[in-house]
Design a protein around this ligand. Structure first.
Ligand code: NAP
Ligand code: 2RA
Length: 404
């Protein structure tokens, strides 16, 4: 049995459907939870620097705090929850007790935290009394119901869903961009984690905005199926296997076939013709950069990639900036890894750079031929790590360091 990239295994046994090759899908929801991390693939060009991203602690170094914190993770069996468990352990977050929570469906299941096996409990019957930090990553409806009672019980909630992001008394924080906003968590006991597509874009754009101001952002996203959770990954795997075996690819999770295809709709349509995923980039950019004047025009597209979102970003700045100056700023920016050589392979991709890594990778930096103050960038990052779990853990580190 030969392993191929991204969880597809090729069997030497001929198949009735395909006389030469039998393609099967590894059951990643069971045994390969994060395919990019477990399959052997060439080390990404990025690896040496991409893991050294955090503004608050260096990966692998223990945090200096002597206190231990009681942690709850709601959605611990999901794609983001699993990454939260892994990243808390990797970064030696000072965890005392850790309670993994999910729905009644998963109660009793086991998850791994470092060298510990923990039993998942049902959030509906969980009492948050005594929890210091609660990570919520189980969808907006679950947050709507359970975040207020977790906060009322005294936990500081770091919410990965869209439920509280647009509320004025809840800070929306990217660790490298607006850490100062975190102090506002005291108003409600809640901090919101931005959406993955906004997160990586703003890590890359904040240094340019600080230097010369950004007037307008025009962005097209190329978003991996893991952005839709485990069921998104399952659907791409299942459809790919089916099509390679000359079978039908029936869409269930997505609104059209995703294998070997692109879908120009993520989330629901709004009255203005944009999708909610696109409008999140408008609302969140303005809130995080504290600048209501910035124009954001987004087109969000789902692509048949397992891990890592990519974005073609075109900005119009207030003052002109050269590509050389922008590259200098980005090379010094926390969280950013510049991969920008004008040769084949001199740019980042989801597979070779982002998947399983912490950085926001920026390449194809160039001045826009069609606009006197235009700049183009290609921005790639792991949507589950920096786009969700890593930023949430960075916020917890900042809380512990300065607030708790
Ligand atoms: P996922 O893989 O589908 O996992 C969903 C998790 O939520 C599972 O642990 C599931 O537990 C739990 N859950 C579902 N319904 C529940 C209920 N009624 N009560 C308690 N727990 C329930 O999804 P995901 O990708 O991890 O995303 C989780 C959240 O993070 C979503 O709000 C998503 O928008 C947000 N987010 C995701 C990304 C990304 O790139 N994936 C990025 C940013 C933000 P069971 O095992 O019990 O079903
Ligand atoms: C997606 N941005 O990629 C979403 C995940 N929150 O679907």
């Amino acid at each position: 049995m030969e392993s191929l990239p991204f969880g597809i295994v090729r069997s030497p046994q001929p198949s009735a459907l395909s006389p030469h090759v039998l393609w099967r899908v590894r059951p990643w929801s069971v045994s390969v939870r994060h395919p990019c991390l477990t399959l052997s693939r060439p080390a990404a060009a990025a690896t040496s620097s991409s893991r050294q991203m955090a503004p608050s602690t260096q990966p692998g170094q223990p945090m200096s705090s002597t206190s231990r914190y009681s942690i709850a993770i709601v959605g611990a069996t999901g794609a983001v929850g699993e990454a939260l468990l892994a990243i808390l352990a990797e970064r030696s977050f000072p965890v005392g007790e850790l309670v993994p929570l999910a729905s009644a469906r998963s109660a009793g299941a086991r998850v791994t935290f470092g060298d510990r096996e923990l039993t998942v409990r049902d959030v509906a019957s969980h009492d948050f009394d005594g929890v210091d930090i609660a990570f919520f990553s189980a969808g907006a409806a679950v947050s709507r119901e359970h975040v207020p009672r977790a906060a009322a019980a005294g936990a500081v909630v770091i919410d990965n869903t869209s439920e509280f992001r647009y509320q004025d008394d809840v800070p929306l924080v990217v660790a490298e961009v607006n850490p100062q906003a975190l102090a506002q968590y005291e108003k409600r006991g809640i901090v919101a984690n931005p959406n993955c597509s906004t997160m990586q874009m703003l890590v890359a754009l904040a240094p340019i905005h600080r230097a010369v101001g950004i007037e307008r952002i025009n962005v097209a996203t190329y978003q991996s199926v893991s952005g839709a959770g485990r069921s998104g990954m399952d659907e791409l795997g299942r459809q790919t296997a089916a099509l390679l075996n000359f079978q039908e690819a029936e869409p269930k999770k997505f609104t059209a076939q995703i294998a070997f295809n692109l879908i120009p709709q993520i989330d629901d349509f709004q009255d203005n013709g944009y999708t909610r995923e696109e409008m999140k980039m408008v609302w969140e950019t303005r809130k995080i950069l504290e600048d209501e004047r910035i124009g954001v025009n987004a087109t969000a597209v789902r692509v048949p990639v397992f891990h890592g979102h990519a974005e073609a970003v075109h900005v119009e700045t207030r003052d002109a900036i050269t590509a050389v100056r922008a590259r200098e700023l980005l090379e010094k920016a926390p969280g950013v890894v510049v991969v920008d050589e004008r040769r084949p392979g001199g740019w980042p991709t989801p597979v070779t750079h982002a998947a399983g890594n912490d950085g926001v990778f920026v390449g194809r930096i160039r001045e826009d031929l069609s606009h006197p103050r235009g700049l183009d960038l290609w921005v790639v990052s792991d949507n589950i790590r920096k786009g969700a779990a890593l930023n949430a853990v960075q916020l917890a580190e900042l809380l512990v360091r300065s607030h708790l």
